[in-house]
Design a protein around this ligand. Structure first.
Ligand code: ARG
Length: 460
């Protein structure tokens, strides 16, 4: 007989020490402690409300659990491997504090519905934090857009110069992605906020518990209608990993652009010293480590999503110990997402500067106004496809002559087509090219001002 074994007297000896370590989750599920305590307090109160234990007993349990909370806050609650997991660790310490009444806490409950409850309370909190970080990130994008409505930046397709853009329009594209992330996380929150507590090990319990009582104490909107589903569902975790993955896809795309923009070839932005690093050997270098790290870290979360899908796909009902493997990927994804959002918000707020002169040069030095020449003719009655072919020829000739469209003389224009007038020069000036794209959702300054207005209202 060993003092160390956690379960019933059916077992005669303790676990092999290697197996004990293999089996234990305490090293990582300690993260759930505050939620485990909150869940247990609600359960103890409910046991008293339903007369399963006395009011005095519940008070003792609650006081003991609160003591564990403050011990933890003071760094004095450090259960070892022998506790196996956070649930056993709490029950043991509770029994040390309050005596035998501590052993009543687990009445009508299993670690299976308990761990599911903890995980949902944890994730609900983290989702709230991530959503407010997304809001901050959106605010920074808005602030940056606000001051750059008339800053022009080349727009690309296939990473080839396409048409010039308002920089604000470019930034607001990321605002919209973040808006969808915020909404999606809100939807995941709804499906996270359902109580499995009272599902028991798998089949419910013989005690006259009140599942709605614990659910409402814990702020859950609903209770699982089926106890088997309650203890074995991890859809909410997978949905979160999916939402976090998309959030990081968006951050990663923006970071890819920042990395390009910071290169000497683009030189659209300058990184400030507070958010860039140097090289240990090449003294001239300033590296975009923050965007590179965010781009790199995103892969971890995509991997965790895949891992969790594989974890679940072969599980028969109901609880299986495989489910203990849901925690580390979830915790890592939460922390990675929070850290990336935090770093990105700082980077955009104070870590980089758009180089206005270089951007103005960039939009003037190419043929990204060619569509506007075709549009010019089309607006004057030339069928668009014919105009398009004609402008193609002009571009070819200009390239050969080492000229840009703005360098052609009026005679040259008129030779190409009699419809050209002196106003062609204004029509192909970058500012006008951008301003003219005033269709809904386009980059025209008027549209961008309206889009900014709407964006502000969206996050108010
Ligand atoms: N540590 C376990 C987990 O994380 C808690 C639930 C254990 N339940 C069981 N029947 N062994 O999933």
């Amino acid at each position: 007989m060993s003092e160390q074994k956690s379960w019933s007297d059916r077992f005669e000896s303790a676990l092999h020490p290697v197996i004990a370590r293999f089996n234990a989750s305490i090293e990582f599920d300690i993260e759930l402690l505050p939620y485990d305590l909150t869940g247990s307090i609600a359960h103890a109160q409910m046991l008293a409300h339903t007369g399963i234990i006395s009011e005095a007993e519940a008070q003792q349990l609650v006081a003991g659990l609160e003591q564990i909370r403050s011990e933890h806050q003071q760094g004095q609650f450090n259960p070892g491997i022998e506790a196996e997991d956070i649930h056993f660790a709490v029950e043991r310490r509770l029994t040390e504090i309050v005596g035998d009444v501590g052993k009543k806490l687990h009445t009508g409950r299993s670690r299976n519905d308990q761990v599911g409850t903890d995980l949902r309370l944890y994730l609900r909190d983290q989702i709230d934090q991530i959503r407010s970080q997304v809001r901050e990130f959106q605010q920074v994008l808005l602030d940056l857009a606000e001051t750059n409505i008339e800053t022009l930046i080349p727009g690309y397709t296939h990473l080839q110069r396409a048409q010039p853009l308002s920089l604000a329009h470019h930034l607001l594209a990321y605002f919209q992605m973040a808006q969808r992330d915020w909404e999606r996380l809100g939807e995941v929150r709804e499906r996270t906020n359902i109580s499995p507590l009272g599902s028991g090990a798998l089949a419910g319990t013989t005690f006259p518990i009140d599942r709605h009582d614990t659910a409402s104490q814990l702020g859950f909107e609903q209770v699982y209608a089926n106890s088997l589903d309650g203890v074995s569902d991890r859809d909410f975790a997978i949905e979160f990993l999916h939402a976090a993955s998309l959030t990081l896809v968006h951050l990663s795309r923006l970071n890819e652009e920042i990395i390009l923009w910071a290169s000497q070839e683009f030189s659209f932005i300058a990184l400030k010293d507070s958010c860039a690093t140097g090289s240990s050997i090449m003294p001239q270098k300033k590296n975009p480590d923050v965007p590179e790290l965010v781009r790199g870290k995103s892969g971890r979360v995509f991997g965790h999503l895949q891992g969790m899908l594989v974890l679940m796909k072969g599980l028969p009902l109901a609880y299986n110990k495989d489910l203990q493997e849901d925690k580390e990927p979830l915790f890592d994804s939460v922390k990675t997402t929070q850290a990336c959002l935090e770093a990105m918000t700082i980077l955009l707020r104070e870590g980089l500067e758009f180089r206005g002169e270089r951007l103005a040069e960039a939009v003037a030095e190419d043929f990204s106004n060619a569509t506007d020449v075709a549009d010019y003719l089309a607006a004057r009655g030339v069928p668009f496809r014919q105009a398009y072919n004609l402008v193609g020829k002009v571009v070819k000739k200009s390239l050969a002559a080492g000229k840009l469209l703005k360098d052609l003389t009026l005679e040259e224009w008129k030779e190409l087509h009699p419809a050209f007038e002196a106003d062609i020069y204004e029509a192909i000036a970058p500012n006008q090219v951008v301003a003219a794209r005033n269709s809904y959702g386009g980059t025209g300054f008027e549209q961008v001002r309206q889009a900014l207005e709407q964006a502000r209202a969206q996050i108010r």
